[in-house]
Design a protein around this ligand. Structure first.
Ligand SMILES: C[S@@+](CC[C@H](N)C(=O)[O-])C[C@H]1O[C@@H](n2cnc3c(N)ncnc32)[C@H](O)[C@@H]1O
Length: 243
């Protein structure tokens, strides 16, 4: 009995040590993010006064006039970093609420001294506070939370609530890409596109069935969640459209 209590106590200590190690790592990452010149964080006062770079990303940050591409719900930012490496003729900004995840991509940008990529830590619900009319050329939505419950439709990143926000800062011919493991989210987005008579430019519910048919970046860049769901046997869906 005494022995069992002892080993349980050891287990709890081990868990507490691991947990505090994880918490420490997170705190260190949050601190590091604050020091990165290429990461912008939600600051309510700045937002309410008006975000300084809104409408000024080209002159105020990128120092060029190249098209701006956003990755929404970027997590660790695989598309932001991967596309920025492949396309020096464009600028990329990854957007996510979770600083701990976003740190991974931000660190890589620092390590590789990349000047055409940045991250924005905020809720996508406020995304139109950060970009001016026609400031953005393209959007990537990579493996968004599918929010399958009907009551959570408003939270889907391709619901009208979000699309109306994107429209405020996308160029009129701006393209939206969606990559997802969720067939129901893919079908839902196709319905939104059809109902609103948007222009569907490409779609497949099995991207890897014929990978040569599409640009290499679609299959050669894989996100963290794509890896998890591909291993579980989920097919990867892709579509692109414009308003
Ligand atoms: C399933 S993960 C996918 C992450 C990454 N794109 C990938 O494929 O590995 C969804 C991401 O979207 C972010 N997210 C979901 N809703 C959001 C919102 N309203 N505002 C900001 N980030 C959001 C989450 O924090 C999370 O990192």
């Amino acid at each position: 009995m005494g022995k069992r209590r002892f080993s349980r106590h050891r287990l709890i200590c081990k868990f507490a040590a691991e947990y505090s190690g994880m918490a420490k790592k997170k705190l260190e990452r949050f601190q590091e993010i604050k020091a990165f010149p290429h990461v912008f964080e939600f600051n309510f006062q700045e937002i309410s006064r008006g975000f300084a770079l809104k409408g000024n990303w080209h002159s105020g940050f990128f120092k060029n006039n190249l098209p701006i591409v956003l990755e929404l719900g970027c997590g660790k930012g695989e598309y932001t970093v991967g596309l920025a490496q492949r396309s020096p003729e464009k600028n990329f900004i990854g957007v996510d609420l979770k600083g701990n995840r976003l740190w991974v991509g931000a660190k890589q940008i620092e390590t590789d001294s990349m000047s055409n990529a940045a991250f924005l830590r905020t809720r996508i619900d406020f995304i139109d506070y950060y970009f001016g009319p026609q400031e953005v050329s393209e959007l990537w939505i990579t493996f968004p939370d599918p929010q399958p419950q009907k009551t959570r439709e408003r939270k889907r990143l391709t619901s009208m609530r979000f699309l109306d926000r994107y429209r405020k800062f996308l160029k009129p011919d701006g393209i939206i890409h969606l990559k997802t493991d969720s067939k129901s989210f893919y079908d839902y987005t196709l319905e939104v596109i059809a109902e609103n008579r948007y222009t569907l430019l490409d779609h497949t519910d099995d991207l890897y069935a014929n990978p040569e048919a599409r640009p290499a970046e679609l299959t050669e860049i894989k996100t963290h969640y794509e890896g998890i769901f591909s291993k579980k046997g989920f097919k990867i869906c892709y579509l692109k459209f414009r308003f």
